[in-house]
Ligand binder design. Structure first.
Ligand code: ZN
Length: 381
């Protein structure tokens, strides 16, 4: 623009009279000194500005006017207002240090913050992010359980069997490949499982094993497999106790609870992974397989499996109280802080009360002879 001016000093001198002139024009027009960069050189010029119907910048050799609507704030150090103008040279800048004058100017520039991230815009972005997170949480809590219920019946048995086989590998990793196979014990176990399977309405594709582990537990896997741990046999006093627990596991198989749980936890942890930026899905797999091992079914699934076990025992004419007593013997009186394998199960005392209420005196033959029972107890020896 004005490259002939030697330096800014003449402009400074010129600012005085210009200001006086501006003030004289109208006492109602605010104004004051400011620093101006014309955008074509890095020369700083002191100018007098006046806020008339446009922003007017004057110096000895410059007269520039900026429409208020075109004025935009640009980054500046604290205590300085720095603005540019859309209809002027893109790099032209005006700096005002006088806070009152800066406020007067901003009050006239309705679009001064249009291309900046304002507090409102920032709040909107944060709001949308929170909404996205909340929707993922809602999907995990509401949609996935619903979807898991709908999807479970659609999973073909072959796929379920493959899932179960993958889970068996996990089990073997955790507990070692220590299946008990003492011949007489195995025969007794097979007899007991078959006796339960028939009234349970399950075909002979189900597979079961006793694992030589001191933990007192039993669990079912997708694909019709279930496991009984030796620790449970050790604590059992008669075949009806073990039969009730096995019937409960058959209930889980019949209701495909573990598959539902797998879909549920797999989907949930995948989405939770998304929320925390883990999109590999590896976390989901680990989460899901750990869930299978822990056999942490929902309370509802547990109650349904108990109901199923009660029905099976009724059909066999065998008492239901022994299974409640075995559960109680294993978990003891619940003190609310027991991090046991049974933690997600309904309170054992409630279950025992239910098994007692449903108890009927034996009307069917014993499920195992005394000799078979001894053999089963010794299956791991
Ligand atoms: Zn269960």
């Amino acid at each position: 623009m004005d490259s002939t001016s030697p330096d800014s000093d003449p402009a400074l001198e010129a600012a005085g009279p210009a200001m006086a002139e501006a003030t004289a024009e109208s006492a109602a027009t605010p104004g004051g000194p400011a620093t101006y960069f014309d955008g074509s050189s890095n020369r700083r010029q002191t100018v007098a500005i006046s806020l008339a119907n446009q922003l007017v910048l004057r110096s000895a050799d410059n007269y520039v006017s900026w429409p208020y609507a075109d004025i935009r704030r640009v980054d500046s150090p604290t205590g300085t207002l720095r603005v540019g103008c859309l209809s002027a040279s893109p790099l032209a800048r005006l700096e005002i240090r006088d806070a009152a004058l800066a406020a007067e100017l901003i009050a006239r520039c309705s679009h001064v913050d249009d291309n900046r991230l304002t507090r409102g815009a920032l709040a909107r972005i944060v709001g949308w992010s929170l909404a996205a997170a909340a929707s993922i949480v809602a999907v995990v809590l509401v949609v996935i359980p619903f979807a898991a219920d709908r999807l479970t019946p659609l999973v073909p048995p072959t796929m379920e069997r493959h899932l179960g086989e993958a889970a068996v590998v996990q089990i073997q990793t955790v507990f070692g490949d220590k299946a008990c196979s003492e011949a007489a014990g195995q025969a007794a176990f097979g007899k007991l499982v078959t006796a339960l399977r028939v009234p349970a309405g399950l075909d002979d594709s189900i597979a079961s094993q006793v694992l030589d582990t001191p933990i007192a537990n039993a669990f079912a896997l997708p694909g019709g497999r279930f496991f009984l741990f030796r620790g449970l046999l050790d604590k059992a006093d008669d075949p009806d106790e073990v039969a009730g627990i096995l019937a409960h596991e058959l209930g889980h198989l019949k209701h495909r609870d573990n598959l539902r749980q797998l879909i549920h936890n797999g989907g949930s942890s995948f989405l939770i992974g998304l929320l925390f930026g883990d999109i590999t899905g590896a976390g989901a797999v680990i989460f899901a397989s750990r869930t299978i091992v822990n056999a942490s079914y929902s309370r509802e699934a547990e109650e349904a499996a108990d109901s199923f076990a009660i029905q099976v025992m009724h059909k066999l004419g065998r008492p239901t109280r022994p299974m409640g007593e075995l559960m109680f013997r294993i978990t003891g009186k619940e003190d609310g802080k027991r991090p046991s394998l049974w933690a997600s199960h309904p309170l054992t005392e409630d279950r025992l009360a239910r098994m007692r209420a449903e108890n009927r005196p034996p009307s069917g033959p014993p499920l195992l002879s005394a000799e078979e029972w001894r053999a089963l107890k010794g299956i791991c020896h």
